[in-house]
Ligand binder design. Structure first.
Ligand SMILES: [Zn+2]
Ligand SMILES: [Zn+2]
Length: 796
């Protein structure tokens, strides 16, 4: 008889790990015990070598869906004569101050769904059921330790049945803190637009209103959604008007994978992402036959060629799509669960082909989470409210993901992922990174883990700035960490910088924006002990020379960087105004200072009133409110204008997205280079021990092609080809200069599918090790991580 000792670290508490170990021990007939300790789970079992081997193997391969195992240490010793007589789950005393990892919120599991659709089950049609494998976590936790009295479930005393399940080690609700049932738990209600309660079945009332083209605010896990029938163009138009969201794509929820296939191209990788326990919004190629509304008012997707799709995750969502159980005709004793329906003909069983499910807010404000707050802030938008009395303590927007190289890649860090840490190779001092300005997040370092907050948003609104403060406070509390220093951006006007300098009361260290991108990427890959070539292709970010950077080829280590190359600067007439009126950006690239716009390019601007052009030219000549910009994001804007995409963008990133979509499916990275791209090195100008890339000539050549008759698609394809060749050449130049072989691709421009999917394999083929983002977004959502890690290394 041998004795196996196992110690497992990671996210292994509050995720059903001990009952799982219990069931494995039963299966392999092992005796012993399992206990939670400060760092994870400890197990001791007695058995013969083969049993112990299989047990050890199953511990990692069959771990519960929410567990995130970081390390498994084990040791086999002789059991002697004092062998165990039974298997027990030993109770552990969780002392305040102990630092266990909290699980993220998790989509309802199949076992719970089966109960919810079983008319004989006590939790039949009960939208708050959950177990150790599923349910709310992060969003309901007020304080540590994770225990019901310190969650928003504390006001619901458990009934006898729930409490019996909660105490039984073999039950799947053993120590499930939020467990409840219709007798003892929260309940639903339906309110009209004035906040008056309406009698009747709240779910049926909501479905009726949605079917009639109305907008319903629905309380979910991390906040309220605004929902409407995605196939009804009028409903979508009204929602956009009321929410002040003119063109930005809206996410939709569908009843199951079969329904998702009608909207978008779904391969195995996409299916896996959609069904993952975090249930993110997955950005997919839109199916041309998709039933969702399109049209001149933006429709659901705003014409970007992709659609954000998610599957139901709260039990309540399932009930909206399928208010009653469906039983297969050949086996009326069983129930068809929503996701088990496949194929294009079955989704007809759902109440809706697709529902728009967009964050419950007005344009850039944070998502509404509290009932009163929702009634107040959403009363002018929603025609009804489907809500409940389980409070949401922490807001968390839906996570957004996409598929890159066959792998789920996160674009917005939120519900379902927070507060999962990024594991660092070594412990660092507690540093708080406060992020950028748009798409902001914050990041706390605690020992060898970096915790990135859910998406906070655009800090320019008062509400979002308040949300930033709340997030900093709450995250410090639940992580039990007191920062020693704050890392922030170099931009003096970012609200996050101001918070750091004026409110934090802590030492502040500024980290350059694109360096923060590079370090975030290195941190994600655990490669913090070496230098890399970072291609940081972004929208805007403050440079050390006061110019707006964002077309950067950096030589980065975790604590410092050198600028090896970058795109040449041009005036950005009007600053932020040019980010909306993108024709200004094109003018900034094409005008010659003191000489105005060369005659050959005048026809490109024929739709802009001449006095507006004259005004911008004056600004350029006199250098009034014309910051210098070298970012690839802005070159994309200029190119999109030249391609004829439009003049005014409605949101940041819209024109680059439309330019990508304009390529259609005709883009091939390996196409024979044209005369311009064959000589792409002519755009490279040597400066010191680095290079400058001539962005003006790039835009001039594109303009000439347009004026010579190239259509929108042709221009879009040419531009992508040229950028691809430029970045490829830039990486090679940087390798020649730095003698480094690892290249990291980061910055918002790498959300562009064509750029990512074309450049990466070409660089790999040329012998580079290529790092790209997987768990953190390439956009500014990753900046707080890079800041915190960089400063952590500086001050340790
Ligand atoms: Zn469950
Ligand atoms: Zn109960």
């Amino acid at each position: 008889m041998q004795r196996l000792h196992v110690h497992i670290t990671g996210v292994v508490q509050g995720v059903g790990f001990r009952p799982f170990v219990h069931s494995l021990a039963d299966r392999f007939r092992l005796l012993g015990w399992v206990i939670n300790d400060t760092r994870g789970v400890e197990i001791e079992v007695d058995g013969n070598p083969e049993q112990l081997d299989s047990f050890l193997d199953a511990l990692t391969t069959e771990a519960p869906p929410l567990a995130q195992i970081v390390s498994v240490d084990h040791e086999i010793i002789d059991a002697g004569t004092d062998i165990h007589k039974r298997f027990e789950i030993r109770s552990s005393e969780i002392v305040k101050g102990e630092r266990v990892l909290i699980s993220p919120d998790v989509a309802v599991c199949h076992d719970c769904l089966r109960e919810m659709y079983d008319p004989d089950d006590p939790r039949y049609r009960y939208p708050f059921l959950n177990c150790t494998n599923c349910g709310p976590r992060f969003t309901i936790i007020e304080e540590l330790p994770y225990d019901r009295p310190l969650t928003t479930m504390r006001s619901f005393g458990m009934c006898e049945m729930c409490s019996r399940e909660y105490k039984a080690p073999s039950d799947r609700r053993f120590h499930a803190q939020p467990t409840c049932c219709p007798t003892c738990g929260p309940s639903l209600e339906f309110l009209d637009s004035d906040g008056e309660k309406i009698d009747g079945d709240p779910i049926e009332l909501a479905i009726d209103l949605l079917k009639n083209g109305k907008i319903v605010a629905i309380k979910g896990i991390g906040g309220f959604h605004l929902a409407c029938d995605a196939t009804n163009p009028d409903a979508v138009r009204i929602l956009r008007e009321r929410k002040h969201r003119e063109a930005k794509p809206l996410a939709v929820m569908v009843g199951g994978i079969g329904a998702a296939r009608r909207l978008a191209e779904i391969n195995e990788d996409a299916e896996r992402a959609l069904l993952s326990p975090a249930r993110p919004i997955v950005i997919l190629s839109e199916n041309p036959e998709s039933p969702v509304a399109d049209g001149s008012t933006g429709g659901v997707t705003g014409g970007v060629g992709t659609i954000g799709v998610m599957l139901p995750y709260a039990p309540l969502h399932h009930l909206l799509f399928r208010p009653l159980p469906i039983k297969p005709p050949d086996d009326p004793s069983s129930i068809i669960l929503p996701e088990e329906i496949g194929g294009p003909s079955d989704p007809g069983a759902d109440a809706f082909a697709a529902l728009v499910m967009t964050s419950g807010n007005i344009s850039d404000e944070p998502i509404a989470a509290d009932n009163y707050e929702a009634l107040d802030r959403l009363s002018g938008i929603a025609d009804g409210f489907l809500m409940h009395n389980r409070p949401i303590h922490r807001r968390a927007d839906d996570s957004v993901a996409t598929i890159r190289d066959g792998v789920t890649t996160i674009w917005r860090w939120g519900r379902g992922h927070v507060p999962r840490p990024v594991f660092l190779p070594e412990p660092l001092p507690p540093v708080l990174g406060v992020g950028g300005e748009l798409k902001s997040t914050i990041c706390h370092i605690r020992e060898n883990k970096a915790f990135v907050s859910p998406h906070i948003g655009d800090l320019k609104t008062f509400e979002t700035y308040e949300f930033l403060r709340e997030t900093i406070e709450h995250q410090s509390l639940i992580l039990d960490v007191q920062p020693e220093a704050v890392a922030c951006d170099m931009h003096p006007d970012y609200h996050s910088t101001r918070w750091a300098q004026e409110e934090s009361g802590l030492p502040v260290i500024q980290v350059q924006h694109h360096q923060a991108h590079a370090v975030a990427l290195m941190a994600e890959h655990g490669q913090l002990d070496k230098e890399i070539i970072a291609l940081v292709m972004d929208g805007t970010g403050y440079g050390t020379d006061g110019a707006i950077w964002g077309g950067e080829i950096l030589r980065s280590s975790v604590i410092e960087f050198e600028r090896t190359g970058h795109f040449s600067y041009a005036p950005l007439p009007g600053g932020d105004a040019a980010i909306k009126e993108v024709w200004r950006t094109a003018l900034g690239r094409l005008c010659v200072k003191g000489e105005g716009l060369p005659d050959e390019f005048v026809p490109l601007f024929r739709d802009i009133p001449p006095d507006r052009i004259a005004m911008v030219q004056t600004m350029i000549d006199a250098d009034i409110n014309c910051p210098q910009v070298g970012s690839l994001g802005r070159l994309y804007d200029a190119a999109a204008f030249i391609a004829g995409i439009g003049m005014d963008a409605q949101f940041d990133g819209q024109f680059p997205m439309l330019l990508e979509a304009a390529c259609g499916r005709d883009f091939s990275p390996d196409e024979k280079p044209d005369s311009f791209s064959a000589n792409i090195e002519n755009l490279f100008i040597e400066i010191g021990n680095g290079f400058l890339i001539d962005g003006d000539e790039l835009i001039r050549e594109l303009a000439r092609r347009r004026l010579a008759g190239a259509g929108t698609q042709k221009i879009a394809i040419l531009f992508h080809h040229w950028v691809l060749r430029i970045l490829e050449h830039a990486a090679n130049e940087a390798r020649r200069i730095t003698e480094l072989e690892t290249v990291g691709l980061t910055g918002g421009c790498f959300m562009n599918r064509i750029l990512h999917e074309s450049l990466k394999p070409r660089l790999i083929a040329q012998g580079f090790d290529v790092l790209t983002h997987r768990i953190m977004p390439p956009n500014d959502g990753c900046v707080s991580l890079g800041q915190a890690v960089s400063v952590g290394y500086m001050i340790r």
